[in-house]
Design a protein around this ligand. Structure first.
Ligand SMILES: [Zn+2]
Length: 319
């Protein structure tokens, strides 16, 4: 048996898995992404997370056949570098992540884009196992997208899949990207939190921030949104409904262009809210679908929260 490692490097947490050659998870681990310092501090935390996952699997990290990393920012697997990972501390420039991890842990390190490796994992092992084309929608802090067309990842010129910046309303809400009317400006967790804070300051009643304080958090996590929805919190419900309408319009527009067989909804919000909300998104897509009598299969990401790390481990076998 030859085990492999996979790391999903996110803006809020780092997740690592050790999988066997059938991609079964032998051990996993997670820790918060450092908020301060620079790329080396992030790389140190990543190495620790892999050590913990290997320990949980009863293995030494040095015995792994390789380690794959799904990273935000501009990823160059050939050079082993990650550049402009702007949601990570002090990571505006280029950093040799592959060498850093490889010298800390031993095995070779392969790099890929975080959203694309999660999409590839759903294509190879998850919800789209029997499809030849897939659109992965990762609904979390922002809204990321990944594509597999005719069995191959589609990266465009390197920046494909930015489904969060599909325009769902011209001249609409301000997006964190600096433009207006993007799907993410309505559906991204970060944008929803900004809107919720403004409305709360303007007097709208909501339990969102009470739940946040009670749980000792400083941000509205997916879990907090889910709890507020359960309590039928009016503001949370209306913002989530607005997000679902934006996702319906944006995802349906992408389907009209690409006619993919399968759409997978993942990400922190997607996985947490799960199947009932995937059904709501599917219903919100219907009025916008050109071929509404032939919609794509749509489901929640089968690999759940570990999909990114499992997908990263698949990079080890890529030629
Ligand atoms: Zn945008």
């Amino acid at each position: 048996m030859s085990a492999r490692g996979g790391i999903d490097l996110g803006g809020t947490k780092i997740q690592a898995v050790v999988v066997d050659d059938k991609h079964e998870v032998l051990g996993d681990s997670r820790r918060p992404t450092p908020h301060e310092g620079g790329p080396q501090d992030v790389a140190d935390a990543m190495a620790e997370t892999v050590r913990d996952a290997a320990k949980a699997a009863g293995l030494e990290p040095g015995t792994l056949a390789g380690i794959g990393v799904g990273s935000p920012g501009a990823v160059d697997d050939g050079a082993g570098t990650v550049t402009s990972a702007r949601n990570l501390p002090g990571w505006e420039g280029s950093f040799d992540l592959a060498t850093s991890l490889s010298s800390a842990l031993g095995p070779i390190v392969r790099l890929g884009n975080d959203v694309q490796v999660a999409t590839d994992a759903e294509f190879a092992l998850g919800a789209a196992e029997d499809s030849s084309s897939l659109l992965g929608v990762f609904w979390g802090t922002g809204v990321g997208g990944g594509l597999v067309l005719d069995g191959e990842p589609w990266l465009g010129r390197g920046a494909a899949g930015e489904i969060g910046h599909m325009v769902v309303r011209r001249g609409g809400a301000h997006c964190t990207c600096g433009r207006r009317g993007c799907m993410e400006a309505y559906a991204g967790r970060a944008a929803m939190e900004i809107t919720a804070r403004h409305k709360h300051e303007d007097g709208a009643k909501t339990d969102l921030f009470k739940i946040m304080e009670k749980r000792g958090r400083d941000r509205l996590t997916s879990g907090i949104w889910a709890r507020a929805l359960k309590r039928e919190d009016k503001l949370a419900t209306s913002l989530i409904e607005r997000a679902v309408r934006a996702l319906g319009a944006g995802v349906a527009s992408a389907v009209n262009l690409l006619d993919v067989e399968t759409v997978v909804i993942g990400g922190g919000m997607g996985v947490r809210l799960g199947e009932p909300y995937v059904e709501k998104i599917a219903a919100a897509m219907t009025p916008h679908l050109f071929s509404a009598d032939r919609p794509p299969a749509i489901s929640v990401a089968h690999l759940g929260d570990l999909g990114g790390a499992i997908g990263a481990s698949l990079l080890v076998d890529r030629s």
